[in-house]
Design a protein around this ligand. Structure first.
Ligand code: SAH
Ligand code: DHB
Ligand code: MG
Length: 221
């Protein structure tokens, strides 16, 4: 089975290059204990996000979709001492789990979890003249992905990297009569990115413990 091979290779990479430290292990356990859905990024994906953030020389990171703070902990690893990560989460219980995990990782001074509907918060940030972010990770509800990217472009500067998770969905994005609203949401985003000026985009397919999926890498020109 190809899938078993993908998982075995992911485990091989994980052991050598993306082992979880105590904070990440505890975060994963706390998410299981609180019965959060098992949809956090994998450790190899977390390491990738951290490296991409480092490459953009981040001081300010925005995340849309916190869950239990697992990807936020990886991303915060790219921040300098005075850097900031703002993560948006609609579910107050998930946000509390995340805040615990972030405190346990010693990151409470750098990471803020804000509860509410992301679109509402993004509009507030834009209206308040929030400084632009250097790196943005979009990982919340897929039907709103296009709106998230469009709002995020108002919170970015030339050189900002926007990463959108789960944009391949086991190849379902190729289906013309989209099987569900998540696929439709991702298709709308990819159609927009393919035709819009002002960004440079590619999609990285991913396989491994999270199955066949992918991340859109969107560089603001
Ligand atoms: N980035 C996390 C996983 C996020 S899962 C990680 O890899 O560790 C997606 C999260 O988005 C869920 O916690 C869900 O509650 C949240 N979410 C869904 N709709 C949202 C919305 N409209 N606004 C903000 N968060 C939302
Ligand atoms: C789902 C969401 C995610 O962010 C993910 O990485 C995997 C699955 C979901 O909503 O099913
Ligand atoms: Mg995801």
């Amino acid at each position: 089975m190809k899938e078993e091979l993908h998982k075995a290779v992911d485990a091989f990479i994980n052991v050598r290059f993306a082992p979880e430290d105590q904070a990440l292990l505890r975060a994963r356990q706390s998410m299981r204990d609180a019965q959060l859905p098992e949809i956090a990024v994998s450790s190899t994906q977390g390491k990738l996000l951290q490296m991409l953030a480092r490459l953009t020389g981040v001081r300010r990171i925005l995340e849309i979709g916190t869950l239990g703070g697992y990807s936020a902990i990886w991303l915060a690893g790219a921040l300098p001492q005075d850097g900031k990560l703002l993560s948006l989460e609609i579910d107050p219980e998930y946000a509390n789990v995340a805040r615990q995990n972030i405190a346990n990782a010693g990151l409470s001074d750098r990471v803020t979890v804000r509860t509410g509907a992301a679109l509402t918060i993004l509009r507030e940030l834009i209206d308040a003249g929030e400084d632009p972010f250097d790196f943005i990770f979009i990982d919340a509800d897929k039907p709103l992905y296009l709106q998230y990217v469009q709002f995020c472009l108002s919170l970015a500067h030339p050189g900002t990297l926007i990463v959108a998770d789960n944009v391949v969905r086991e190849g379902k994005i190729l289906e013309t009569d989209a099987p569900d609203e998540k696929v439709e949401g991702v298709q709308r985003l990819l159609d927009y990115l393919a035709t819009t000026e002002g960004v440079t985009t590619t999609v990285l397919q991913t396989v491994g413990t999270k199955g066949h999926d992918g991340m859109a890498l969107i560089l603001v020109n």
